[in-house]
Design a protein around this ligand. Structure first.
Ligand SMILES: C[S@@+](CC[C@H](N)C(=O)[O-])C[C@H]1O[C@@H](n2cnc3c(N)ncnc32)[C@H](O)[C@@H]1O
Length: 280
């Protein structure tokens, strides 16, 4: 039986070709032993159970075969909240925090009704829900796995002001009789073109859900529908706020017709146009 320290060093050595072998070895060790970071630091001589040791080596093996670290640890931090993530659900990206930031900045009132289209693990909806406990949020996704994981995240975060409904784009809102009811519609829709997807790193192509990323040949299929159908569900002066791809600013701007006001595109921390906000 090996000690924590020995397992950690072995993992670090096996993952030596990866950019952060020490960090990855530690995270996989914590995930396979259910130890806290404090225990990891203060009990290097502790011997985890045989089952935990086997689990650790299994995770290392999967990582060496290109599995994303987040799917192995099962968690990703977003808006300072730990979200459960699993195969079949997109791993939240830090740039999407700009959607949350802008939504909170532009929020017209303390008890709004908000929609999140394509919620994934629920990262946008639950981040807003925790910031605004008086808000009511309806989050939709076409994927049943996403709906299951997002409901689990809501329960783990003790959030009760978000309703998750499976369905295509706005269809669950229509079904629920919610036309012209929303103060805000938020989304991080699929926006990668088929050509771009083929050039993404293999780790993403092989493991993350293609349907969460790809939006047809141009990457604009979902964004076009998001803008076109939003007026049916927004209150007068309601906001539509959503993420776009790094090269889509101009093409997306051209999709906003006359009924839209205060159309702004905000840059992310890397200076890339990333989030559109527009008002009816
Ligand atoms: C780019 S991911 C965003 C996930 C999450 N909101 C985030 O920020 O990480 C897009 C999400 O849209 C969902 N989706 C794809 N097509 C959809 C559709 N037709 N209707 C509703 N959701 C859809 C995917 O399942 C995926 O969860």
């Amino acid at each position: 039986m090996n000690t924590i320290e020995e397992l950690f060093q072995t993992g670090k050595y096996l993952l030596r070709e990866y950019p952060c072998p020490a960090l990855e070895s530690k995270l996989l060790l914590l995930a396979s032993t259910s130890m806290t970071e404090d225990e990891f630091l203060t009990m290097p001589k502790k011997k985890p159970s045989r089952i935990s040791q086997r689990r650790f080596y299994r995770l290392i093996f999967k990582r060496l075969h290109g599995f994303p670290l987040v799917y192995l640890t099962g968690e990703k931090e977003f808006w300072s909240i730990n979200f459960k993530v699993a195969h079949g659900v997109l791993i939240p990206r830090p740039e999407t925090e700009l959607v949350v930031e802008k939504a909170l900045e532009l929020m017209p009132q303390k008890n709004p009704l908000i929609a999140d289209i394509g919620t994934g693990c629920g990262n946008i909806a639950l981040s807003i829900a925790k910031e605004l406990p008086q808000a009511k949020i309806v989050a939709t996704d076409i994927s049943s796995t996403a709906i299951q994981i997002s409901r689990m995240n809501a329960s783990l975060q003790s959030v009760s002001n978000v309703t998750f409904i499976q369905g295509n784009m706005y269809e669950p809102l229509k079904r629920s009789g919610l036309k012209k009811k929303f103060h805000m519609i938020l989304s991080n829709p699929p926006y990668v073109s088929l050509g771009e997807w083929k050039k993404l790193p293999q780790e993403i192509r092989d493991h993350e859900p293609k349907e969460a990323l790809v939006a047809g040949r141009t990457g604009l299929k979902f964004i076009k529908q998001l803008i076109q159908d939003a007026p049916e569900f927004l209150k007068p002066r309601g906001y539509l706020i959503f993420e776009i791809g790094y090269n889509q600013k101009e093409r997306v701007r051209a999709m906003f017709g006359n009924g839209w006001k205060e159309v702004h595109c905000f840059k992310d921390i890397n200076g890339i146009p990333r989030v559109y906000a527009a008002r009816r």
